[in-house]
Design a protein around this ligand. Structure first.
Ligand code: CBF
Length: 835
């Protein structure tokens, strides 16, 4: 369009106005024109869609003006590459961040609807497994709030994390159909599609200038189509983009095959391509050999880098300055192949000399490691890697050779060191080590909590640390206070705001002002009243959905997270059985009534984790139906734990269970959300628990368990769980009760794998930590009775959580790794031609 043409277009007030009547009219309008429905026949989902589109219209000027900013050549943009973004529902947070929640509530009410009912319609995009994906979502929100130009790049999985149902107490996986009613929050951009190649072979040639070059002749080509989602900052104009890629056939039909009558062959290509982004892989399962997973990783990384290069060149940029335009963060090893892909693009496609390209690459990438678990450190069998990405394997060999030459000088011919450092694992079957590729190709490497970052330097990345100590940093995780307090706990947020004003929402350290009220009787009363009210809400929800009556005055003891042996949900179960045995032994025993709440998904192929769910639900069935105990202990397993379902849970907790074996949990972020909402933590010295305890004060944290050093010593000295089992009567009684078939209708075989694993192997040292855990839980019970003390501790927990805001974490990344600064977005009217 010409400038005159665009200038003649007028913006309808219905698309931007914020008056209640305008909003009401806009919703009705969208219902009619987008949903094609009269109000009388519209479903709640139609109304949700109409409202979502109304909100989307209102953020459009901010979004488009932000995109304009990316294009300015002098603006450095953060590109966050992540295979997972666990965003949670959009509508609620967008209303809050745009500051229009109350207006919309009113407008919707004027149409005879309740905002809560519409919010409940949203199918959340479950494009992540857990902590890592949720962290990426918190970081995207903070980047926007802090006005940092940023793009998130990832995969638009057609099926995200499975929905969890419980049948007979077992987890059953159901496909997540998040797109079935359409997604109002995304805009496809087929005009910006890129092609991604796979397989085939490489070929050397001499270019016009006589230089030696390599070209890649692929076997297949897939089209990557971007779908953009706006990420709105809190009370700022900045609205960044999350760009997720969907795979499509390069040609929908292979016409040559079709013309020869091979119709099925022709559509094969389409099916093959679309499969690529069909489903998110659950973590905690061995990925080796899962070719599709490697294809997914390469696919989105290649799309992202091609997109960045296009943007950079489109703004007149020189590729030798690519790193000045983009700071690319590798969220774990999943996008690590980006190092080789950027080299390929720069050297093969854009003809930069190797050394210049390498300098650009290293200056571009930063790498975050999120786990020490050896099974999660990705490595790909060399034949698989080579057959899928033949050119990249050559590039990796070249990087490796140059890198080992450098390392050889440093380690003076220590061949064992070199073998350990190599990008290729040659100890047996040969593998490409993705973490090593990420370390070599990045200028900064960070862990996600102080302890984790230290352990990285001492264990899995020790050799790299010796070589490049200056590359290593710590960036303790954080969570966004907008979703994890303001949105999920409006009552507490209001109380806080009444006492210290609103600044805490963007400067979470301001919560410290609450310390002044920790002893204030009236404030304590209000604090308790709110906790009681949110507990009542959760109790009502549990009653309605699971038909379990729970006492809102009982201690809500909550463990919600992925189900994994290292997270030790079964240690929590041993405590429940211990209490149960105490009551059975002495029915008049005076114990604090507790409601144990669990939630979390097990990876579909992780048999032991699924058995852990079954043991929780089986114990729940017995305990909840035993008239002697059920007024004192209740056990609830909340099915389908996801972002939506978690939002009412954090505010309702009295006690947060963070009980992983020391050294196993990289950081945790649930621990932060609980504490922020005034729960006290029972935890080990693991991950960010260590820093949370330091921040809230040791006296406001229930610590138990072996330290990392003690864990190591015990394991080195030959840990024998059987001894602990035999010499700890309560433990023995609890385990025997499981083993006897008491919780499994007499079936002694059902839990045998779990029991055997504990008494004969116990890799996560539950039995060694059992007594300390039980003693600590007894202290928790006593303290809960001292209502004022508990309330003071609860207030101090919230008051001292400022450090754990994702805003703080993002500021640190910006300063220490990305070297980017905020830029305010000016709202120019959209009728203007491009500046
Ligand atoms: O850093 C974010 C989170 O990542 C994990 O979930 C992961 O997938 N590696 C870790 O297990 C968490 O400890 C960590 O908080």
């Amino acid at each position: 369009m010409t400038t005159e043409q665009t200038q003649s277009i007028q913006v309808e007030d219905d698309r931007s106005g914020l008056g209640i009547e305008t909003l009401r009219r806009a919703i009705a309008d969208n219902l009619f024109y987008l949903q094609g429905k009269w109000p009388e026949i519209a479903t709640l989902n139609d109304f949700y869609m109409a409202l979502a589109n109304t909100v989307r219209d209102r953020l459009m000027p901010r979004w488009l003006n932000t995109i304009r900013n990316y294009r300015r050549s002098e603006v450095r943009v953060v590109a966050y590459l992540s295979a997972e973004f666990l965003l949670g529902p959009h509508l609620g947070i967008k209303l809050i961040n745009l500051g229009i929640e109350e207006l919309v509530r009113q407008a919707v009410a004027d149409s005879g609807l309740a905002l809560e009912d519409l919010l409940a319609q949203e199918e959340e995009p479950g494009l992540g497994n857990g902590g890592l994906g949720r962290l990426a979502a918190c970081y995207m929100e903070s980047l926007a709030t802090l006005e940092i130009p940023a793009i998130g790049y990832g995969i638009r999985y057609e099926f995200g994390i499975f929905d969890q149902e419980l049948r007979d107490g077992w987890q059953v996986e159901v496909t997540d159909k998040w797109l079935q009613y359409g997604n109002p929050w995304e805009i496809p951009r087929p005009e910006s599609a890129v092609m991604v190649r796979f397989g085939g072979r490489t070929e050397a040639y001499t270019d016009d200038e006589g230089a030696y070059r390599v070209r890649w002749i692929p076997a297949r080509v897939v089209k990557g189509v971007p779908y953009d989602t706006p990420i709105v900052g809190y009370y700022v104009n900045t609205t960044n983009t999350l760009r997720l890629w969907r795979a499509e056939a390069a040609e929908s039909f292979n016409f040559q095959a079709f013309n020869q009558g091979d119709y099925y062959g022709a559509v094969d290509q389409k099916i093959y391509s679309e499969n690529l982004t069909k489903v998110l892989y659950p973590n905690d399962e061995p990925l080796q050999g899962k070719q599709l997973r490697l294809e997914q990783q390469y696919f989105f990384v290649s799309c992202a880098l091609q997109d960045m290069i296009r943007l950079h060149r489109g703004a007149g940029g020189d590729l030798r300055q690519f790193h000045q335009k983009f700071a690319v963060q590798l969220n774990d090893t999943h996008p690590a192949v980006a190092v080789a892909e950027l080299m390929r693009l720069l050297v093969d496609e854009h003809r930069l000399p190797w050394d210049a390209a390498w300098e650009v690459s290293q200056s571009t990438f930063g790498f975050t490691n999120h786990t020490l678990l050896p099974e999660a450190l990705e490595k790909w069998p060399l034949p698989l890697f080579g057959s899928l990405l033949p050119r990249h394997l050559e590039i990796i060999y070249e990087i490796n050779q140059r890198f080992l030459d450098q390392a050889r000088v440093h380690f003076l011919g220590d061949s064992q060191k070199l073998a350990q450092l190599s990008l290729i694992d040659e100890s047996g079957e040969r593998y490409v080590r993705m973490a090593h590729l990420a370390c070599v190709g990045s200028h900064a490497i960070n862990g996600v909590a102080e302890l984790h970052s230290e352990l990285l330097k001492q264990t899995v990345l020790k050799d790299f640390y010796q070589l490049w100590p200056q590359k290593f940093q710590n960036k303790t995780n954080g969570v966004t206070p907008r979703r994890w307090l303001l949105l999920c706990n409006p009552r507490l947020s209001q109380l806080i705001t009444e006492h210290i004003g609103t600044d805490w929402v963007c400067q979470l350290e301001q919560l410290r002002q609450l310390e002044a009220y920790a002893e204030d009787r009236e404030f304590q009363r209000q604090w308790r009243q709110i906790k009681r009210a949110v507990k009542q809400d959760l109790a009502d929800h549990i009653q309605q959905t699971l038909n379990i009556a729970i006492n809102p005055d009982s201690l809500f003891d909550i463990q919600v997270k992925r189900i994994h042996e290292y997270k030790r949900q079964h240690l929590n179960v041993l405590h429940i059985i211990t209490l149960y045995n105490r009551i059975r032994r002495n029915p008049d025993i005076d114990i604090v009534p507790r409601t144990f709440i669990f939630g979390g998904k097990a990876a579909p192929g992780y048999i032991m984790a699924k058995l852990m769910i079954k043991v929780i639900t089986s114990v729940a069935e017995v305990v909840n139906n035993d008239p002697q105990v059920c007024d004192r202990i209740k056990v609830v397993f909340l099915p389908d734990y996801n972002v939506t379902n978690s939002q009412p849970v954090y505010p309702a907790a009295d006690l947060s269970e963070q009980i992983s074996t020391a050294g196993k949990e990289a950081s945790g972020t649930g621990n932060m959300k609980f504490s922020l909402n005034g729960a006290l933590t029972i935890g080990t010295l693991d991950g960010a628990n260590v820093e949370i305890r330091q921040a809230v004060g040791a006296e406001n944290f229930f610590l138990f368990g072996l330290t990392i050093e003690e864990v190591q010593q015990l394991q080195e000295s030959g840990y024998n769980p059987w001894d602990y089992y035999n010499r700890t009567p309560d433990l023995k009684e609890a385990i025997n009760l499981i083993n006897s078939g008491f919780f499994s209708h007499g079936n002694r075989e059902l839990f045998k794998p779990l029991v055997d694993s504990l008494v004969y192997d116990d890799p996560y040292l539950l039995l060694a930590d059992y007594s300390a855990y039980i003693d600590c839980q007894d202290t928790v019970g006593q303290r809960f009775r001292e209502t004022d003390t508990w309330t003071r501790m609860s207030i101090l927990n919230s008051a001292r959580m400022g450090y754990f805001s994702s805003d703080r974490a993002i500021r640190e990344y910006c300063q220490d790794i990305w070297h980017v600064t905020p830029i305010s977005v000016q709202l120019k009217p959209y009728v203007q031609a491009d500046a």
